[in-house]
Design a protein around this ligand. Structure first.
Ligand code: FNR
Length: 188
């Protein structure tokens, strides 16, 4: 069983990105165990805080360092990555020389009610992930336009075509991890 750290770029109770992440979790059941890590406890990034690193930052970096794989599920804010996620990414990339994203296999998706399905934010996130030396799943790209009822309260995808599309994403992510995931000790 693979363990996947899931980072959702929204803390909203009714987050559609959390709903998408839960639906993917259900489609991956039996093959991947998802660990959802909240990002809202992290302070706003400030280099000065490294003098006495906040416990939430130390814990978050440790979680990322120990992660076998990462799934980003991002909203799009003003056509880019939301600050919650950008902040978390910055913390785990620093201080200089202690970037714990290096070598982490990651998949990226996200959802919005908008027609572009977070394509622009995901594109920015792919770029940042590559710069930080993560290993990014290229295909399939999942630009997910949320519609009312498309994912129900049980985290089931109600449209069969959409469900098959998400299942293909899970299958490709699973196969990608078979190819690229290293034992955690080798990436730390
Ligand atoms: C948005 N939203 C949005 N949607 C989009 O498709 N492209 C965008 O550029 C933006 N920009 C944007 C900026 C800000 C500040 C907010 C608060 C929202 C709408 C966004 O997709 C919507 O609020 C989602 O519901 C956010 O995701 P969660 O919180 O439901 O997961």
């Amino acid at each position: 069983m693979k363990t996947v750290t899931v980072l959702v770029g929204s803390e909203r109770k009714g987050s559609i990105n959390l709903a998408l992440a839960r639906a993917i979790e259900k489609l991956a059941a039996g093959r991947m165990k998802f660990k959802f890590i909240p990002l809202g406890d992290l302070p706003m990034y400030n280099d000065d805080l490294w003098a006495t690193p906040p416990a939430s930052v130390v814990a978050f970096k440790e979680v990322i360092a120990q992660s076998e794989a990462i799934l980003f599920v991002t909203p799009e804010y003003n056509r880019t990555i939301p600050p919650l996620l950008a902040n978390a990414i910055s913390w785990a990339s620093k201080p200089y020389g202690k970037n714990v994203w290096v070598g982490k296999p990651v998949a990226i998706t996200g959802t919005t009610p908008g027609a572009l399905g977070t394509a622009v934010a995901q594109s920015h996130l792919r770029y940042v992930a590559t710069v930080l030396d993560m290993i990014v799943l290229g295909q399939p790209e999942v630009y997910f336009q949320m519609k009312p009822g498309l994912i129900d309260e049980n985290a089931d995808v109600t449209d069969e075509t959409t469900k098959a599309f998400l299942q293909a994403f899970v299958d490709k992510f699973d196969a990608f991890l078979d190819r690229v995931a290293l034992p955690v000790a080798e990436t730390a």
